[in-house]
Design a protein around this ligand. Structure first.
Ligand SMILES: CC(C)(COP(=O)(O)OP(=O)(O)OC[C@H]1O[C@@H](n2cnc3c(N)ncnc32)[C@H](O)[C@@H]1OP(=O)(O)O)[C@@H](O)C(=O)NCCC(=O)NCCS
Length: 311
């Protein structure tokens, strides 16, 4: 499939045939299953991830091949128009995904694994990969090709930016067990390693430095690699003095992010009645977390901040 997609992308025909459309359909089904991914873990890569440019080419091909069609259920009351190649992702109850009614949209060509909870309104774009038991909360965006791990909480209004072009560029990657706090924004191929916690309102991109108070280090993106947030880092929004003399004269500061601790612990709030999750009494869950019996891990939902996961 890779060779066929690349050939079609590199040498566009005068018109796309039924055979081309059938190839694209098979490609999109593979994206939906998670069998092909825009980026995937790779131990040999310095960042632990590699991009699959041919997959991004296939996604771009879909935009070239499609024509704008009417996708409205009732075009007089609620009109929707988009590329014929990218309708809504088809789901059934057997997929084990909760899509709570009310204004969410998941494009075809995105992988949504079992146990994912989608709170309205949220949007997942083509090429995104969302792994098991992750929650995507209201007003959150999972941009094109973004890769989200298991048991993550993408909190209300968090924006995970899309990186479709250039095709060789790494998309935004959020590894397993990460909390992305409300109203935060992760852009430009940033990688957030396992179990990190991004506090409310943290913004990360290629230009924003991240000050690690624990390791006395400053992280930022370079030509060779994206910004990488280390495992278990707890990151909060901060500000730093402007270096430019005029900025100093005016007492200006620019935004940054600050790692205030490295904490591998499970950060569930107390007081959650797990009966709400439908998985049994609270003391059962307390046994799960031997590190701190006063806290507990909800085995069903995002391990971070379980109480905000009860939706
Ligand atoms: C990042 C966060 C997890 C830190 O919680 P914590 O582990 O209890 O951290 P602490 O309260 O010990 O804070 C550590 C330091 O960071 C500061 N800090 C914590 N969160 C901060 C934030 N969001 N902005 C700025 N500073 C923050 C604290 O003031 C403290 O500073 P100090 O040591 O100088 O006093 C929490 O602040 C947060 O943002 N949670 C996300 C909530 C959210 O968005 N939920 C989504 C619901 S949909």
């Amino acid at each position: 499939m890779q060779d066929q997609i690349e050939a079609l992308f590199d040498a566009p025909p005068p018109a796309y045939t039924a055979e081309h459309h059938s190839l694209f359909l098979s490609f999109k089904k593979a994206l939906n299953r998670g069998a092909v991914r825009a980026a995937e873990p790779d131990d040999a890569a310095p960042t632990g991830w590699r991009t699959n440019p041919w997959v991004k080419k296939g996604i771009l091909l879909g935009f070239r091949m499609g024509s704008i069609v009417n996708m409205s259920v009732d075009s007089s009351k609620l009109p929707f128009f988009d590329k014929s190649t990218y309708p809504l992702h088809p789901f059934s109850v057997a997929d084990g995904v909760r899509i709570v009614p009310g204004g969410s949209s998941i494009r075809d060509g995105a992988h949504i694994a079992r146990g994912v909870i989608c709170m309205p309104p949220m949007f997942v774009n083509v090429g995104a990969y969302v792994d098991e038991n992750t929650m995507i909360d209201s007003h959150a965006l999972v941009g094109s090709c973004a890769q989200i791990g298991r048991n993550c909480h993408i909190s209300a209004a968090a924006q995970i930016g899309g990186v479709l072009e250039p095709v060789g560029a790494l998309p935004v990657i959020i590894e397993d067990d990460v909390l992305v706090g409300g109203n935060s924004g992760i852009y430009e191929g940033t990688i957030v390693k396992r179990r990190a916690v991004l506090g409310t309102g943290v913004i990360l991109n290629r230009s924003i430095p991240v000050y690690d108070l624990v390791r006395d280090s400053v992280y930022s993106a370079s030509e060779e690699k994206p910004l990488i947030i280390p495992e278990d880092a707890v990151v909060v929004p901060g500000s730093r003095g402007v270096l430019h003399p005029t900025g100093q004269k005016w007492g200006l500061s620019l935004s940054c992010a600050v790692i205030v601790k490295i904490d591998p612990g499970i950060r569930c709030f107390r007081g959650l009645d797990l009966a709400l999750c439908g998985i049994g009494p609270r003391n059962k869950a307390a046994e799960v977390n031997s590190r701190n019996p006063n806290q507990f891990q909800c085995p069903h939902l995002s391990p971070h901040f379980c109480n905000s996961s009860i939706k």
